[in-house]
Write a protein that binds this ligand. Structure first.
Ligand SMILES: Cc1cc2nc3c(=O)[nH]c(=O)nc-3n(C[C@H](O)[C@H](O)[C@H](O)COP(=O)(O)O)c2cc1C
Length: 304
């Protein structure tokens, strides 16, 4: 069997992806910089940096910190705002020939609703709703922790959003399976998981936390087995498709997520380490399928 006889394409909530490999939000900006390293259009999808209704300059102090087997970040959602994205980034973003996914965050329900409404006119395939943001009006508790809060934001956004809606879950959810089921009940077309894990690093000489906001998000190889476990649990419970994300660093990791039930996978931190990691993963996945005589990627989705 040759690589020309295998089918890597997947249907994600009615959106055609030529292969199951996507760039995760926050690891690729809007696709401009990575285009210097490889042809981004070879991938299945690109997911924009998280947008908020208004432009944000991000957090003060240390923003990224390496750990033994991962990366901590506290970027603070630096982004041009929804209007800035539409005016300055959308044309280039859409010139890439792959599925276009825009990630939207918010610090209040009104922000989510206005941001989602403004994006209705943009020619994109999927809106990825990042619910791992602190709800400023409710004392800063992350929208993605309690099922009832997540249900409320998904229901409201579904009511205004004309695009396919994929909800990106926080691994810090109290009960990630019931939260995913609530998203599905409220009309989500897909689920992605996981976002970063709440973590802490301490500067022992200064005797204070490394990050201004004390806690930061952990990503990379350290979180992979946990994200993989959650992906399997959620994919086994919902009917809508799931995109797996969390520490995928090589093609073997990607195969594990697909076998655990992910229809597609997102590559985040690995892209920051090796800009073309996603292409390496795509090539490795294709070679694996040739070796194992797998003619269609769907044959291995959810087999474990
Ligand atoms: C520097 C950085 C910035 C990120 N920015 C966003 C973001 O804007 N929106 C979002 O939903 N996730 C964001 N993430 C989370 C990633 O998309 C991904 O869910 C997480 O890092 C786990 O995957 P990974 O281990 O492959 O990086 C960011 C991650 C990193 C490392």
């Amino acid at each position: 069997m040759s690589e020309f006889n295998i089918n890597l394409s997947v249907d994600f909530a009615g959106v055609a992806m030529k292969n199951p490999i996507a760039l995760a939000s926050g690891a690729c900006g809007f696709g401009r910089e990575l285009s210097d390293y490889f042809d981004v259009s070879r991938l299945g999808a690109i997911i924009s940096k998280g947008l908020t209704l208004n432009e944000r300059s991000g957090n003060e102090g240390v923003r990224v910190w390496e750990t033994e087997s991962g990366l901590m970040n506290s970027i603070g959602l630096e982004n041009p705002g929804v209007r800035g994205f539409i005016e300055r980034e959308l044309t280039h973003f859409n010139s890439l020939r792959l599925a276009h996914i825009v990630n939207l965050g918010g610090h209040s329900l009104d922000d989510y609703l206005e941001g989602a409404s403004l994006l209705n006119d943009a020619d994109i395939d999927i809106l990825e709703l990042n619910i791992s943001c602190p709800n400023v009006k409710e004392g800063g508790m992350n929208f993605g922790v309690k099922t009832c809060v997540a249900r409320g934001v998904v229901k409201a956004v579904r009511g205004v959003c004309k695009h396919k809606l994929m909800v990106k879950l926080s691994p810090n959810a109290e009960d990630i399976v019931s939260l995913a089921l609530a998203c599905e009940e409220e009309g989500a077309d897909g689920i992605s998981l996981t976002n970063t894990f709440l973590a802490l690093a301490i500067d022992i000489e200064k005797r204070k936390p490394v990050f201004e906001n004390v806690y930061a998000g952990l990503s990379g190889p350290a979180i992979k087995p946990i994200s993989l476990r959650m992906t399997r649990q959620v994919a086994g419970a919902v009917k809508i498709p799931v995109m797996g994300v969390g520490g995928i660093s090589n093609w073997r990791d990607a195969v594990e997520f697909i076998m655990a039930g992910a229809r597609a996978v997102q590559i985040g931190t690995a892209t920051l380490v090796r800009p073309d990691a996603s292409i390496e993963i795509l090539n490795g996945l294709r070679n694996f399928m040739v070796r194992e005589k797998i003619t269609d990627i769907r044959e291995i989705c959810g087999v474990v």
